[in-house]
Design a protein around this ligand. Sequence first.
Ligand code: HEM
Ligand code: NAG
Ligand code: NAG
Length: 309
Amino acid sequence: MRFSTIAVAAAATVANAQRPTDTPICDYYTTALLKNNTAENQATLLTLLVNTVVIGNYTMPNVGVSVPGILKEGEVDGTKVALAPYFSGALASTNRNDKPTCVNFLDGGGAEPLMKNMAANDDKSNQHFLLTHLYQFFGTLLGCSKQGMAGFDAYDSAPSMYKVHKFMNLGNAEMTYFITQVGMAAASFGVAKEDIAIVAKALGDTFNMRCSAPVEVIKGKGPQPQAICIKSDCTEAKDAKCDVYAKAEAPAKCSGSTTSGAAMPTSTGGMKPTTTGSNPTSTAPPTGAGNVNGLGVAAVLAAAAAYVL
Ligand code: HEM
Ligand SMILES: *[C@@H]1O[C@H](CO)[C@@H](O)[C@H](O)[C@H]1NC(C)=O
Ligand SMILES: *[C@@H]1O[C@H](CO)[C@@H](O)[C@H](O)[C@H]1NC(C)=O
């Protein structure tokens, strides 16, 4: 059965249902939308959610909520927002070995595989690693109880969201746009307002407060700086620990930026920094970039594909 059929059939019941407080959001909506609360289905739920956040609503028909997705330009309180350049390799905004680097994250087929409930066409692509990490990370945030079992790998990538995003210089408008897309994507699957509010608040408290004190998000990884909002217009956290954050600087543009292919090759001359103090370098993604269990990921993708194809 196509997922879209299930989603619509289940949506009406989801909207009125009250989630028991001891049932994680992930488990509750996996059961509501996909019936069997298995690791595979939890991975499928996160795939649907994250893919919708990235490319906008693609399951037809949905419950009537149109989601533009983070790759579309938007506006927040009169400020234009364009997140695509951070993903397309147009900006030296990726942290590789603590250096601002040009990396294209749309190198695994872009939107096309996402519309088929996959992360990417190429499981060695930057796109594959980014998307699978997002499924896993948001699965942890939403409390997926089966994560870590066969079918849905635990998140085992960078534990500090600050370090991942430190060269992006993201501010209020970008963060608000991103978090709003997460909420709209959830709404498009029939997630209740109360549950969307819980997720939005958690994202806001943990990642959207400038200088927030280090906290543990990934179990066993210890407290880490987590602020993604680091630009001066971000609200400062109450317990601000600005000394664990470096000065935020706008990323330089990458020369000859492209939306196809992998990271910018050094042979094209790399990029021209437009900011002082940063000397971005172009590199291929390090081999450690995707520390995921290949078999587990294959199982996730197979489970996702089985629902759509
Ligand atoms: C609440 C907000 C956000 C959360 C929870 C979040 C979470 C994440 C996670 C878990 C990763 C994967 C890290 C890894 O593979 O080790 C990631 C990567 C990334 N995020 Fe975010 N993100 C958020 C907001 C944003 C925003 C607003 C942008 C704006 C463009 C953005 C751009 C990126 C990019 C380009 C990457 C790839 C970085 C890399 O692989 O080094 N994120 N994010
Ligand atoms: C649900 O999943 C379990 C474990 O994979 C399986 O044994 C069971 O048959 C499934 N039930 C349905 C209704 O698909
Ligand atoms: C997205 O959702 C809107 C509102 O339900 C719908 O009109 C539109 O066709 C959907 N787009 C896709 C590509 O499914």
